[in-house]
Design a protein around this ligand. Structure first.
Ligand SMILES: *[C@@H]1O[C@H](CO)[C@@H](O)[C@H](O)[C@H]1NC(C)=O
Length: 365
């Protein structure tokens, strides 16, 4: 009841309205509503209102880390953050910079029929399963084929559970105890989120569309969203992993990784939209050195696109669709484009000539 909750998220999402405001009312605590999230005003607000708990989502914590450091970074009363989508690298940086704030990752969706919560704050996990939890929520991780973009089936047409530690598609059984009410409007939308005859005739599961792994101790870790992985040279490229690796380069402030189609090539070539840190310049040689040292050949982004601002959804998730659609043609974008060049050991400007030679299949990728 003595907590003060800071809510900078849109209220039409359940994170802010149910967990934030709902939680505040349930406890008899106080909440501070911010009309629009502002990275530069965040800590000032927290100090002014004696905030103890804040809500985050997606990239919000990264924005806070990207703010200039100040001597007062640890002068506040914030003890906890609640939200989801916090990446491991940001999680570590956030805590070392702003103090020992416990971060509670929550996994779930408004319409979904299960949720996880990381009560103990173990970095990189969304929660922990146990015997009782499994009684309440019948969920399973099943094998998933990244190439076909569908669940792997056995000869009888049923899904197969993954081994402990392996990544699989998270499904949650629909039952009286954990119902799925579906969406208003079209029945098809509701049906699309369901998988039927998963382990036996007549059963139904809610398809989360998320790839997760559970280790021997029951810790559950978010790996990828179905569709956030693409294939290149016969290998799976997890955009989240490439994003984390590129995020370590000193002149890169923010990065969004996706795959683009290249004429005559199977799968998708890696591309990264990048925002540079203020006052720093793009250094193709340095980036080349970094990606060749830290990434296997298939995962290295072939194309880089420099951007001034990154398109975000209202919940601070990166937009990929537009970028994928716009591709790597230098004549249709005004953003500077670069291409990975092994001869010059650098990322070099992607000219119309290079673009044409790629399209003609003359340039080895
Ligand atoms: C915050 O806490 C300080 C010290 O405990 C107190 O003096 C101040 O009135 C509080 N501010 C608000 C907005 O509650």
């Amino acid at each position: 009841a003595h907590d003060v909750m800071y809510i900078p998220l849109p209220l039409y999402h359940s994170a802010a309205s149910l967990i934030g405001i709902g939680g505040t009312i349930e406890l008899g605590a106080s909440c501070v509503l911010k009309k629009k999230f502002s990275a530069s005003q965040f800590w000032t607000d927290c100090r002014k209102h004696n905030v103890t708990v804040f809500q985050y989502i997606g990239e919000l914590c990264r924005y806070l880390c990207n703010q200039p450091k100040t001597a007062g970074d640890q002068v506040h009363k914030v003890r906890m953050g609640v939200g989801n989508g916090l990446r491991q690298d940001v999680w570590r940086e956030f805590q070392s910079r702003f103090g020992n704030i416990k971060m509670c990752e929550v996994y779930g969706s408004t319409e979904g029929n299960l949720c996880f919560m990381n009560h103990i704050g173990k970095i990189g996990t969304v929660g922990r399963s146990n015997f009782f939890y499994r009684l309440l929520f019948k969920y399973d991780l099943v094998k998933y084929d990244m190439v076909k973009d569908e669940a792997v089936k056995d000869p009888n047409g049923f899904c197969q559970r993954v081994e402990k530690g392996e990544t699989g598609l998270l499904l949650s059984k629909v039952s009286a105890l954990s119902p799925f009410f579906g969406y208003a409007g079209s029945k098809q939308l509701t049906e699309k989120k369901l998988m039927r005859n998963v382990f036996g005739k007549g059963d139904a599961y809610f398809n989360t569309g998320d790839l997760m792994a559970e280790d021997r101790d029951g810790f559950i870790c978010f790996k990828d969203r179905v569709g956030d992985t693409f294939r290149w040279k016969g290998e799976n490229v997890a955009t989240t992993e490439v994003t984390e690796t590129l995020g370590l380069v000193d002149f890169i402030q923010e990065v969004n990784v996706y795959g683009v189609e290249v004429q005559g090539h199977e799968g998708r070539a890696g591309m990264a939209a990048v925002i540079l840190r203020a006052g720093m310049a793009f250094d193709g040689g340095k980036l080349f050195e970094h990606v060749t040292r830290d990434m296997p050949p298939y995962a290295r982004p072939l194309f880089i696109r420099l951007q001034d601002v990154m398109e975000m959804t209202s919940t601070f998730k990166q937009q990929k669709f537009q970028l994928v659609h716009s591709g790597f043609n230098p004549s249709t974008t005004s953003d500077p484009l670069y291409v990975l060049d092994y001869q010059q050991q650098s990322y070099i400007p992607l000219t119309d000539g290079i673009y044409r030679s790629i399209q003609a299949g003359e340039r080895k990728l």
